[in-house]
Design a protein around this ligand. Structure first.
Ligand SMILES: Nc1ncnc2c1ncn2[C@@H]1O[C@H](COP(=O)(O)OP(=O)(O)OP(=O)(O)O)[C@@H](O)[C@H]1O
Ligand SMILES: [Mg+2]
Length: 742
């Protein structure tokens, strides 16, 4: 509903006696149109500066109310304010909000229909535009056609202000550099006497200077507020110390009731998995990323903004050249939740470590925009750290051959990331670390125990100690592929336990409820610590499997149709997922020379052979674990896994289903396939492990039967109770062999 124009008129009358930008008149506008009692912080200074025709650089924290600095000027004078914004979703969100308040605002973008655009242009050409605020993209601003329209409006004295939102995007030193923002440098030439207002929440000193120089601001009023967000509590949790980070996040969300949250992940697959997991746990949740079509995406955003969904699991932005790595994400989608004004976000969770403190600040700043107590929670994992380091170094080497500016910024990105690592791995006040990274020196007392480091320093010290030992242990075990006889509490990389979370977070793949889910969920949510004894875990899983079979048998007895069979369609889908995961692994592991299709088939067979009979719940769980394992495995682990089980029926499957016309080079280069004897537990000669042989040379021996889970565990127990006398059973020998394969 449009608001009565009375407020504007009365203000205009006041203007006759008082200057237009007098505080009292501006506060009236604020109250009338927005219902806020007072200006916050530096808002009034910024508004008064631009109304008096002065350029202004305004640095305010996320959620600080920067928009008001151009919205009030738009209401204080006839004419229009042009707002340059990097995101269509953000423009749309603001325009809808303004229209609801009766303020004439529009945006121009490729998503608008021709009819809407024509209407806007007609209004602008009318000589008496009704529009107050016009939001545009930086790309449009720079086009000659639009610039000539602007000049026309300006020549009529109707262009009051150009506001550049998220102004740090203009600087290649900033974390969100947008090349199209560079084109805004010409604004000053074309519109010399129109004041420019640059707004940002995340500019380091170097970026601030760059923004002001690039936009050719003249004698700007520089306003800087503290970056401190006193209403946010900062916490880091350590994935390597948690049984299951998915379950942990689920319980955090549940503990806070039906809380509004954003969860940021590095990759789409994690978004999907996590979102499915949380939904299965009863949380109102949706994934939001570039893999969704336009309709699905805007429906998720609508649902979230209008509180129909409480949690959105979104991808976060890494950097331009990673677009290929993270599967053609577009910038707009990466940043889609930036600046979107849902005020009651109580939790922002980074499920993977972000690339820089600036990005972290920007994203965590989505929480508590209503100034109420809210939380930033970051799940830190060593694998995530390595992955991000890999991405950033990849970016560096790529860019160094192309653009020198990018090269500069990508080199910087590595050192920026180290601040994030320090934030997670250091023991000092988190708030202090954030603020210091923006050049703000503060006493620790400012934190008022509103970060985990200040609130529970002893606990944090304990965690960090445990993290160090866990990392040392993990590195050790990932170097050495432990044979099944060598299984110990920490031996999570052994043949059966090569997924460190057999019992974790696979619910994404078992969301179509069936009897097995309960069992898997019990396992997933069990309180068994990763540090609990392996035998305890085996017993637990065995018990789960037995009860699963008991239920299955009783189902059969009452002639219930099996809802749980693994169909060919499901298997095909799994193969494709595994193939994708292998392709992603190839991007990470450059020296990987395997045949991808065949390897995907191989891995799927492995999953099917182990759990196909147990039903789709167990089977899916195994596929999901394998996919997750592929995202962290190194080349040797991967080759070992593919090689070790080569004598399983899957080899026949590969050769039957996909007979290679001629051995491909990659297959010829493939490491030796280990013979059936070795798979069977008999070690064979050491030479046979080191030897190389092509697929066509694979022996067509009769293959061993893959044991069921129970059989495997029982056999394991028997072996554990027997002295190792033969070479066949010698853990030492297997261990040595693995070492040689490294
Ligand atoms: N003076 C004020 N009094 C109370 N609330 C205000 C005031 N000014 C702005 N707000 C509210 O603060 C919230 C955040 O405002 P805004 O979206 O402008 O923040 P921002 O600084 O642009 O943040 P970001 O950097 O995240 O884009 C909005 O809900 C807005 O209505
Ligand atoms: Mg904003």
């Amino acid at each position: 509903m449009k608001k009565s124009p009375l407020a504007m008129q009365s203000t205009s009358q006041t203007q006759r006696n008082k200057p237009l930008h007098e505080k009292e008149a501006l506060v009236k506008l604020l109250r009338w149109h927005f219902g806020h009692a007072q200006f916050r912080d530096k808002q009034l200074d910024a508004i008064q500066a631009v109304l008096s025709g002065r350029d202004c650089f305004c640095l305010m924290p996320t959620g600080g109310g920067k928009s008001m600095c151009y919205q009030i000027p738009a209401l204080a004078k006839p004419g229009i304010v042009l707002v340059v914004s990097p995101l269509i979703a953000l423009m749309e969100n603001q325009v809808i909000g303004l229209k609801e308040k009766g303020i004439a605002a529009e945006f121009l973008s490729s998503t608008q229909t021709m009819q809407v655009k024509t209407k806007i242009y007609e209004d602008l050409d009318s000589g008496k535009p009704s529009l107050r605020l016009l939001y545009v993209t930086p790309e449009l601003t720079a086009t000659p056609g639009f610039m000539s329209k602007l000049k026309k409006i300006h020549s009529r004295g109707l262009l009051n202000l150009v506001a550049i939102d998220e102004a740090h995007c203009i600087s290649s030193w900033g974390h969100d550099f947008r090349p199209s923002y560079r084109k805004l440098s010409s604004l000053r030439n074309y519109l010399p006497d129109v004041p420019i207002l640059a707004l940002t929440a995340t500019a380091a000193p170097k970026v601030q200077k760059d923004v002001m120089v690039s936009l050719c601001l003249q004698n700007p009023l520089v306003l800087k507020s503290s970056f401190n967000r006193p209403n946010l509590f900062y916490e880091v949790r350590y994935k390597d110390l948690l049984d299951d980070a998915y379950a942990d996040l689920c319980s955090v969300l549940k503990a806070n009731g039906d809380t509004c949250a954003i969860v940021y992940c590095l990759e789409r697959t994690t978004c999907d998995e996590l979102s499915a997991y949380l939904s299965a746990g009863g949380i109102s949740c949706a994934a939001y990323h570039a893999g969704l079509n336009d309709k699905a995406r805007s429906s998720v955003l609508d649902d979230w903004i209008s509180s129909r969904k409480q949690v959105v699991v979104a991808t976060f932005f890494v950097c331009f050249s990673e677009m290929v790595y993270v599967a053609q994400f577009s910038l707009i989608l990466f940043q889609a939740l930036h600046g979107i004004d849902r005020k009651d976000v109580r939790l922002v969770c980074h499920f993977n470590i972000p690339k820089s403190m600036e990005a972290f600040y920007q994203e965590s700043g989505r929480a508590g925009r209503d100034q109420l107590p809210s939380k930033s929670l970051l799940y830190y994992g060593m694998d995530d750290r390595r992955r991000m380091e890999f991405i950033l170094s990849k970016n560096q080497s790529k860019n160094s051959q192309s653009f020198s500016t990018r090269e500069r910024s990508s080199k910087k990105s590595i050192s920026d990331f180290s601040q994030m690592v320090d934030y997670c791995e250091g023991s000092g006040c988190r708030r202090k670390k954030i603020l210091e990274s923006f050049g703000e020196q503060i006493p620790v007392s400012l934190c008022k125990n509103s970060c985990d480091a200040c609130k529970h320093p002893n606990l944090l010290a304990k965690y960090l100690g445990e993290l160090t030992s866990a990392v040392l242990q993990k590195n050790h075990f990932s170097q050495i592929f432990i044979s099944s006889q060598d299984m110990t509490d920490g031996g999570q990389y052994s043949e059966f336990w090569n997924r460190d979370d057999e019992a974790s977070g696979s619910e994404e793949d078992i969301s179509d409820c069936d009897d097995g889910i309960e069992v898997v969920k019990k396992v997933a949510n069990s309180k068994l610590s990763t540090k609990a004894g392996l035998n305890e875990r085996i017993n637990f899983l065995q018990h789960a499997e037995e009860s699963y079979y008991r239920n299955k048998i009783s189902d059969k007895q009452v002639n219930k149709p099996s809802k749980n069979a693994v169909s060919d369609v499901l298997r095909q889908g799994s193969k494709e997922k595994l193939l994708n995961a292998l392709r992603q692994a190839r991007q990470r592991l450059r020296n990987l020379t395997i045949e991808f299709e065949a390897s995907a088939i191989f891995l799927e067979n492995e999953c099917y052979n182990k759990y196909g009979k147990s039903g789709k719940s167990f089977y899916y769980s195994q596929v999901a674990s394998t996919i997750r394992w592929l995202s962290t495995a190194n080349s040797i682990e991967l080759t070992n896994r593919l090689g070790i089980d080569t004598d399983s029926p899957s080899v026949n499957f590969i050769s039957k289903e996909e007979p290679p016309a001629a051995p491909s080079p990659s297959l010829e280069q493939r490491p030796a396939q280990i013979t059936g004897k070795e798979l069977d537990g008999s070690c064979g000669s050491e030479n046979s492990i080191g030897a190389f042989q092509t697929e066509s040379e694979s022996p067509s021996t009769s293959l061993p039967v893959i044991p069921s889970f129970s059989e495997f565990v029982n056999r394991q127990k028997v072996k554990d109770n027997q002295p190792n006398t033969s070479c066949k059973e010698s853990p030492k020998k297997n261990f040595d062999k693995r070492m040689r394969l490294q």
